[in-house]
Ligand binder design. Structure first.
Ligand SMILES: Cc1cc2nc3c(=O)[nH]c(=O)nc-3n(C[C@H](O)[C@H](O)[C@H](O)COP(=O)(O)OP(=O)(O)OC[C@H]3O[C@@H](n4cnc5c(N)ncnc54)[C@H](O)[C@@H]3O)c2cc1C
Length: 402
């Protein structure tokens, strides 16, 4: 049996590891358009800060250890489900018995001129290396980061730490989809403390990258023009599904999968940032582009390829900022009743619905995150604990039977 995996990110790697753990015989072919061994994007900032190759999270010898046929620098250009084969960029074809689409996402930049040379991003290691090469070569001492979602904040902080004068454009608020306005304001203040010059609201509404042939400035809706040595787009993500055009595999924003992460073709599965999966709590189908979801989906796909009949329990929504100086964690939704406590430089916010925790935001001290997460995942009714949930030392010992 030949299993072809498109993508060597956390989802694809976990599929391969799960398969190899239980099947020593399967032929596993992993294709990636990048020139590196499999890496973990969340570890890229630490790698660039320290030089330590921590982003090769499963070791640089992963392909040898798992006995993968690992084709790097190989872009998949099309899929032909009826013929059970994929078409590669160079025109070659590769047959499969089962196919896994784990092609992740890429930068989405809805600004005119975003495809010009001179517009950098931090979505992949290739893109990040290109960006950092410009900094290391001394060609950039000023940077303009368009966008302040999770990746925008990470890259803004990294560039500031590397000594660049960084301006960040924050059109609404920092990490708007993940943080409530109070937590978001705290993160913004910390970015400013780290020396980032933040422009907000109308004066941060970018519409185009200007310059010919190379982008050299950003045009704002007001007509103003901001120039910098390094222009970085951090404006959003879109699943990599272009190569599925004409294949008949159903997609909307991402690849549509059933509860077993199978696509509309029974021999093709999808996992990670490219897949539209159901939310564990709301049941809504959407792309949940975070690392733990990619890994869990990879595991479920691996087990189903082994014939195990495993249903995916649904994606969660969790993220943490690691390079801000203070830990910040965002889990689940920000609706329902809000419980809040600020204590000695820390902030805890819990969101409750029907007596159950549906989300929380933590700043400064995240030691109670595991307990909140466990209560949330078990959908436990916390009404009896309500008055203690926000106590500074709330933790596992408080859940023990009295
Ligand atoms: C800077 C940064 C920081 C992040 N930090 C966090 C964090 O702290 N916590 C967290 O939970 N998440 C974080 N994320 C998100 C997390 O990295 C992703 O959710 C995760 O990498 C998704 O894994 P994936 O395998 O689905 O996709 P990806 O990691 O995107 O991997 C996709 C793979 O597919 C390949 N590919 C794509 N198209 C093709 C093609 N046509 N042919 C061949 N190969 C192809 C790519 O080269 C790549 O190997 C971060 C992301 C970035 C960029």
């Amino acid at each position: 049996m030949r299993i072809v995996i498109v993508g060597a990110g956390p989802a694809g790697v976990t599929v391969a590891e799960t398969l190899r753990e239980h099947d020593s015989q399967a032929e596993i072919v992993m294709l990636t358009d990048e020139p590196y061994p499999p890496y973990s994007p969340p570890a890229m900032v630490t790698y660039f800060e320290t030089g330590e190759p921590v982003h090769f999270w499963r070791g640089q010898d992963l392909a040898e250890r798992l006995r993968l046929v690992y084709w790097r620098g190989t872009r998949v250009a099309g899929v032909e489900p009826a013929a059970h084969r994929v078409r590669l960029q160079g025109g070659e074809v590769l047959a499969y018995d089962r196919l896994v689409i784990a092609s992740g996402g890429r930068l989405y930049a809805p600004l005119a001129g975003a495809d010009k040379p001179g517009v950098y991003n931090f979505k992949s290691l290739s893109a990040a290396e290109e960006l950092l090469a410009r900094v290391r070569s001394g060609q950039a001492t000023t940077a303009l980061v368009v966008g302040a979602g999770f990746i925008g904040v990470e890259i803004g902080l990294l560039l500031a730490d590397m000594g660049l004068a960084v301006t960040q454009l924050v059109r609404s608020r920092v990490m708007r989809s993940m943080l409530d306005s109070e937590t978001s304001a705290l993160v913004l203040a910390m970015m400013q403390e780290r020396g980032i010059h933040v422009l907000r609201g109308d004066e941060a509404d970018a519409v185009a990258f200007l310059g010919e042939p190379r982008a050299e400035a950003v045009e704002l809706r007001s007509g103003a023009r901001l120039a910098a040595d390094l222009l970085v787009a951090a404006t959003g993500l879109r699943p990599n599904i272009e190569f599925l055009a004409g294949s008949g595999i159903e997609t909307t924003v991402g690849v549509i999968v059933d509860d077993h992460l199978r696509t509309s073709d029974p021999d093709i599965y999808a996992a990670g940032d490219v897949a539209e999966t159901k939310d564990r709590f709301t049941g809504e189908r959407q792309v949940h582009a975070i690392f733990p979801n990619a890994v869990e989906q990879g595991r479920v796909v691996g087990l189903n390829l082994l014939g195990r009949d495993v249903a995916y329990q649904g994606a969660g929504n969790m993220n943490s900022l690691k390079h801000l100086g203070l830990p910040v964690m965002a889990v689940g939704r920000m609706e329902g009743e809000e419980l809040r406590a600020g204590h000695k430089g820390t902030l805890r916010k819990l969101y409750l619905q029907g007596g159950r925790i549906i989300g929380f935001r933590l700043v400064g001290d995240i030691s109670c995150a595991g307990v909140y997460l466990s209560l949330m995942n078990r959908r436990e009714d916390v009404r009896a604990l309500r008055h203690r949930l926000l106590e500074p030392d709330f933790g596992v010992h408080m859940l023990a039977p009295e």
